[in-house]
Unconditional design. Structure first.
Lengths: 112, 110
C-alpha cells in the first residue's frame, strides 16, 4: 500500500465550479500535512499547509481528519489558472529525520 | 535571487554512459535533496544532505552517487546509466517543512 494515496484524476470541471480532492495516508504518526501545486512540466511549489482545525486561503480550503487519516483540498470558483496537478504531502520520521512523503498527485483541468 | 538552479535541463544518454547533474542554491539553506519523478508515482527521494559535509541515502539510492561540494552545491552522478533511470530529476532545498525545488532535469536513457 502506498504511504500517500491520491485519485490521479483528471478532474475536468468548468470555470466557476467547486471541486474537492482527497488524499489518504497510511502512517498514523504523520505530524504535518501540505498541498503542493505542480504545473505541467514545472517544479512543485507549496500551495498551503493543512492544520488540524482546517484552514482557508482565498478560494482554497484544506482540512485534516486524523481519525480517518485523510486530507482534503476544496477549490471554490475554479479558474482556468487552477489547472495543474495537486500533490498531497505528509511528514514522517524515519531514522531521526523528518522526511516529506509525496503523493503521485491529482490532475485538475478547468475548462471555459 | 535565482533560488535553486539545475543543469542541464534535458539530457539523452545511452545505456552505460555516465553523467553528473548539477544543482546550486543561493537560499542559504542547510539541507539539499535529489528526487526523481516518474508518471503515476510520487516524488521519490534519492539522496539528501542535511548539512554541508553529510549525505544520506533516501528511498531509491541504487545506481546513484552524490557529492555535497559546499553549502551551495549538491551534485548527482549516474555512473552507468540504465533505461530504468529515465525520469525527471528535481533538486531541492528545505526550510522547516517547505521544500523549494529547482526546475528539473529531464533525462532519457536509451
Amino acid at each position: 500500500r502506498k504511504e500517500v494515496e491520491q485519485d490521479p484524476g483528471p478532474f475536468n470541471v468548468p470555470e466557476g465550479a467547486t471541486v474537492a480532492f482527497n488524499c489518504t495516508y497510511s502512517n498514523s504518526a504523520s505530524q504535518s500535512f501540505f498541498w503542493y501545486r505542480q504545473d505541467c512540466r514545472k517544479e512543485p511549489k507549496l500551495l498551503m499547509s493543512v492544520y488540524s482545525s482546517g484552514n482557508e486561503d482565498g478560494r482554497f480550503t484544506a482540512q485534516l481528519n486524523r481519525a480517518s487519516q485523510y486530507i482534503s483540498l476544496l477549490i471554490r470558483d475554479s479558474k482556468l489558472s487552477d489547472s495543474a496537478t495537486y500533490l498531497c504531502v505528509v511528514t514522517q520520521v524515519s531514522g531521526g529525520y523528518n522526511k516529506l512523503i509525496f503523493g503521485a498527485g491529482t490532475r485538475l483541468a478547468v475548462h471555459p | 535571487n535565482a533560488g535553486v538552479t539545475q543543469t542541464p535541463k534535458f539530457q539523452v544518454l545511452k545505456t552505460g554512459q555516465s553523467m553528473t547533474l548539477q544543482c546550486a542554491q543561493d537560499m542559504n539553506h542547510n539541507s539539499m535533496y535529489w528526487y526523481r519523478q516518474d508518471p503515476g508515482m510520487g516524488l521519490r527521494l534519492i539522496y539528501y544532505s542535511a548539512s554541508e559535509g553529510t549525505t544520506d541515502k533516501g528511498e531509491v539510492p541504487n545506481g546513484y552517487n552524490v557529492s555535497r561540494l559546499n553549502k551551495r552545491e549538491f551534485s548527482l552522478r549516474l555512473e552507468s546509466a540504465a533505461p530504468s533511470q529515465t525520469s525527471v530529476y528535481f533538486c531541492a532545498t528545505r526550510r522547516d517543512y517547505e521544500q523549494y525545488f529547482g526546475p528539473g532535469t529531464r533525462l532519457t536513457v536509451t
